[in-house]
Design a protein around this ligand. Structure first.
Ligand code: NAP
Length: 321
């Protein structure tokens, strides 16, 4: 990272890896230095763009890269994150960070001991309109947020999609509920209790779930699913009003704040570059500053999110191998 340029290596060559790479040109001082994927076919489409394809993950980690984007499925996030951290490479790891809290804590301990940056790739808090909303609620508060209601349920998740695979860390909670968990945790803090109801697929993943969360500072109401078409907005409620992040709230472009005195503030900001570029920009800044943790997407936020998912899965009877 001699001249401040962050050279990225990508592990995994699926849909999100492609979106990450497509977003890199929108990030100042970031470039793609190498890719490793076990799937030779999808790796070849990256090779066609002229990027170096490593023969093995070890080769990628030994190459001249500064940061690794872990873009595989959740069951391998832990192993690849650990390998990268042990090699001294900063890690931006896709959501959900790990399979369970204990695994995440092991990875975070290595990141801290080694003094290497680790961040879960939670894109939403870096979107322009989300940041505008945070500023709005700071300058003209609705009071502390005491209730978060958020959902995202898709009706058309293909039978072949990894979300249906228990062993890969599938299920609506892991794939989708993680965003809602983020919202509740980041606005209301530590998770004290989780209740969940839901329906499991024949393969044992949660096909639909509704979850209630008790936090240090309020209550969350979350739903997520793979076979029901649900609305995708989010509400943050305080004593003096509430804010709606319009659907799809996790790819936020519009928000409305309604104050109890009748005022309405509309916020709208387009997403440019696909959306992953905003978190990548933030991550590159942290790396240049020598940080080991993001002040926005903190380690503790990831731990608390994972705790929501763990407890909800336990309540539903979803058991990863
Ligand atoms: N931030 C976002 O907006 C967003 C959106 C969608 C997904 N995601 C997250 O991104 C991650 C990947 O999702 P995706 O949609 O990109 O999935 P995908 O299209 O199925 O791609 C997954 C990639 O990881 C590879 N892979 C899977 N398990 C592996 C292992 N054990 N070792 C090596 N490579 C492995 C796959 O290779 P094969 O083809 O050989 O299986 C494939 O290249 C998930 O954690 C998901 O939750 C994030």
């Amino acid at each position: 990272m001699g001249d401040g340029e962050v050279r990225w290596g990508v592990i995994g060559t699926g849909a999100i890896a492609r979106r990450f790479v497509d977003g890199l040109p929108y990030v100042d001082g970031a470039s793609l230095a190498g890719v490793w994927g076990r799937n030779r076919e999808s790796a070849a489409t990256f090779a066609a763009t002229g990027v170096t394809i490593a023969e093995s993950v070890e080769e990628l980690l030994e190459s001249e890269i500064d940061a690794v984007y872990v873009a595989t499925l959740p069951d391998s996030h832990g192993a690849y994150s650990l390998a990268a951290l042990e090699a001294g490479k900063a890690v931006l790891c896709e959501k959900p960070s790990m399979m369970r809290t204990e695994e995440l804590e092991r990875v975070l301990a290595v990141a801290r001991t080694r003094g290497v940056l680790f961040m879960e790739a939670m894109k939403t808090p870096f979107y322009p309109v989300y940041r505008s909303l945070q500023r709005q609620l700071l300058e003209d508060p609705i009071g502390p947020v005491r209730f978060v209601r958020a959902g995202n349920s898709l009706a058309n998740v293909a039978a072949a999609h990894s979300s249906w695979r228990l062993e890969a860390g599938g299920g609506g909670l892991m794939g989708i509920g993680v965003y809602q968990a983020f919202l509740a945790v980041s606005w209301m803090g530590e998770v004290l209790d989780v209740q969940a109801l839901g329906r499991l697929s024949s393969g044992g993943v949660d096909a639909f779930a509704t979850v209630q969360t008790l936090h240090a500072n309020g209550f969350g109401q979350i739903f997520c699913g793979l076979d029901v078409a649900g609305p995708g907005d989010a509400v943050l409620a305080g004593e003096r009003g509430y804010a709606t992040i319009h659907g799809p709230w996790w790819n936020a472009a519009r928000a409305t704040v309604r104050y109890s005195d009748g005022r309405i503030v509309e916020l709208e900001e387009a997403v440019v570059g696909g959306g992953l570029n905003y978190e990548t920009e933030h991550f590159c800044g942290l790396l240049r500053e020598g940080k080991v943790e993001s002040p926005v997407m903190t380690h503790e936020t990831s731990v608390q999110m994972m705790r929501v998912l763990d407890r909800a899965r336990t309540a539903l009877g979803v058991r990863f191998p």
